[in-house]
Design a protein around this ligand. Sequence first.
Ligand code: IPE
Ligand code: IPE
Ligand code: MG
Length: 245
Amino acid sequence: MAARHVRRPMNEPPTVPAHIAIIMDGNGRWAKERGLPRREGHRAGAESVRECVEACKQLGVRYLTLYAFSSENWSRPANEVSALMSLLERFLEQKAEEMMKQDVRLKAIGHLERLPEKTRRRLRSAIERTAGNTSMTLVLALSYGSREEITEAARSMVHEAVEGRLTPGDVTPDLVASHLYTADIPDPDLLVRTSGEMRVSNFLLWQISYAEIVIFKKFWPDFAQADLFEAVDEYRRRHRRFGGL
Ligand code: IPE
Ligand code: IPE
Ligand code: MG
């Protein structure tokens, strides 16, 4: 019975995912359950972010990508969007110092030009301030949509072709990947989603081709370090085949 949970032989190093991507879902429902406004759920969710960064650092995970705001989330009521932007601004201001202490570098992916000027300024400043940190990279997906990203990549390749810098034969998976927001980031090994939804909601569609998926029923504000460790344990038990045997 226990055999199912036997890991790899003792002499093999335990595999830690190099890159974990998380769809942080369920803030609104968490708040609703408590009779609170949705923004209180988002506020509580920011605490789970801190826990996750901490857990990833302990494990030696190199990249953590968090889906914080999707292209489609712009369609939410204006007061929710502005509450999310204010929270993000506060997060960036407060956490920059902590990221410096923890040697964490911040990056962002998405259609960032769409963010309000103040949010963008805070983001730019935190990214610049932490640029020299090397222990771990925290990637925030903001105004992010995978279809937009892939469309943008196609558009820029067509531009290069029109200018005579690219021929059809040059177009390879590596070339496409190099035109995505994630050009300098390895593909996620592990994709986590909270709130029990079994969908990817336009997140890293190209990059998660071979990611292992772990879904948690609990809402994002209830997600803690122990859950991240559990996801990684589950990942270690998986047998990744990449189409082979
Ligand atoms: C995730 O929680 C945060 C964002 C999408 C910004 P939700 O706001 O989607 O919460 P639910 O899914 O409605 O509960
Ligand atoms: C995905 O959650 C986006 C983020 C977590 C930022 P959503 O709540 O927007 O996704 P759907 O609407 O359930 O697919
Ligand atoms: Mg949701």
